[in-house]
Design a protein around this ligand. Structure first.
Ligand SMILES: C[S@@+](CC[C@H](N)C(=O)[O-])C[C@H]1O[C@@H](n2cnc3c(N)ncnc32)[C@H](O)[C@@H]1O
Length: 400
């Protein structure tokens, strides 16, 4: 039995929690004692039923986040060991063949609020953006070490989301390294891993987010299937993952564009890693701002995966216009019978909003668009029906 302080919910506010929604907003709480930032609490319904264990933070309007639906759960190292072991077993069995990188823990959607863990072969990268997980950092690191016997454990808590919880952004840190085999330069950790049989490098210290966008695995596989004999344009290419899939899928040419020189350099390395010869003139890498880019040629397949064009609820209208303009631009340089693979990773923009923005883009570009596929983040980025707020990525594959 845990002796945690309790918070009591208002009448009927237990229903979403019982259904699996992990958030309790301040206005759902009937009463709550004086608690410290990050303190664990037992959650009670209005009728005093014990609903589970939560993580409290007075700085956040999401006042409590559920970490366990078992009210007697003790949150300690053995809790993290069990949870990570279970997540590994649940997710590893669904991974495609020849894939050794995936999202082991996806925060609130996996009942580990504010904790993301990505596995790249034998290297683990984690990110913390809640006060409670900050308190349990040592237990998290020790659990990863004990269960997985990894090559290295890296923290990438250099994220603005921490500020909502009253936490500072942290510089990337290597917490553990078995041997200095990955690289002996502590300012750079390049790791090699496999996805659907293709090989990639990710820079786990300097790369964006945790180093690689594992969430687009399914869209990349579709790209491989659709690229044969096509002239392909990959906008916002980052380290060229979509481009490598297109080239390996038999594309006639692949043009990759990003604003980051570092990303493009790694993209070139990723081509070489997959035995794609850069000298043959089929592959082009352009460093430029996509929003200023003017193309002199048309393409058969265009991939458009921009960074989130809004992170708050306030500028949704402007973001939708930006998605419309950007996709109109893509459609204007898409050949007849061409295919557009287009994404929005803005959590505040719903799939319907995005489809509406694309409908307008099609209308303006005089293209009658047909939906060939609607994809989300790959399955390891757990999507719960009871928690639609956990869904952020929408990818539409459109035929013209
Ligand atoms: C969401 S990531 C793309 C991920 C990529 N599709 C993948 O699967 O790895 C967004 C990328 O857009 C780039 N970027 C951001 N703003 C840009 C701009 N205005 N023009 C060109 N690239 C930009 C970033 O450098 C980053 O690499």
């Amino acid at each position: 039995m845990s002796l945690l302080p309790t918070i009591k919910l208002k009448k009927n506010k237990d229903i979403p929690i019982r259904a699996g929604h992990p958030w309790i907003f301040s206005n759902a709480i009937e009463n709550c004692p004086n608690l410290k930032i990050g303190e664990l609490v037992k959650i009670l319904s209005y009728e005093n039923f014990e609903l589970g264990i939560g993580m409290f933070n007075p700085n956040n309007s999401i006042r409590v986040r559920v970490i366990s639906q078992n009210p007697d759960e003790i949150i300690n190292q053995s809790f993290f060991e069990k949870r990570l072991q279970n997540l590994y077993e649940e997710k590893a069995k669904f991974l495609p063949e020849n894939t050794n990188a995936f999202r082991l823990a996806y925060a609130d959607s996996d009942y580990l609020p504010g904790l993301i863990i990505d596995k790249f072969d034998e290297v683990f990268v984690f990110q913390i953006h809640t006060a409670t997980m900050d308190i349990f950092r040592d237990e998290i690191i020790k659990s990863i070490k004990k269960i997985f016997n990894p090559q290295a454990i890296i923290e990438r808590s250099d994220v603005k989301a921490r500020e909502i919880e009253g936490l500072k952004m942290l510089t990337p840190k290597i917490h553990y390294e078995k041997t200095k085999s990955i690289s002996n330069n502590s300012r750079e950790k390049i790791v090699e891993f496999q996805e659907n049989g293709l090989k990639f490098y990710a820079d786990l210290i300097n790369g964006q987010k945790t180093g690689f966008f594992l969430d687009q695995r399914e869209a990349r596989k579709r790209t491989f299937e659709l690229a044969k004999n096509k002239n392909v344009l990959n906008l916002f290419c980052y380290t060229g993952a979509f481009s490598v899939y297109a080239a390996k899928g038999g594309a006639k040419s692949v043009c990759s564009i990003d604003i980051s020189e570092k990303a493009l350099n790694l993209a070139k390395e990723n081509f070489k890693l997959n035995n794609l010869k850069l000298e043959n003139g089929k592959y082009e890498f352009i460093k430029t701002d996509v929003f200023q880019f003017v193309s002199s040629q048309n393409f058969d397949l265009i991939i458009c995966d921009p960074p989130a064009l809004t992170k708050s609820g306030t500028n949704i209208k402007n973001a939708l216009k930006a998605y419309t303009d950007l996709n109109q631009k893509c459609l204007e340089i898409l050949n007849k019978n061409g295919i557009l693979i287009t994404s929005s990773c803005s959590g505040r923009i719903t799939e319907n909003d995005f489809k509406h923005a694309l409908k307008i883009a099609g209308f303006k570009a005089k293209k009658d668009l047909k939906i060939l596929n609607v994809l989300g983040a790959s399955f390891d980025h757990t999507e719960k029906l009871s928690f639609p707020e956990g869904k952020y990525l929408k990818t539409l594959i459109l035929g013209t």
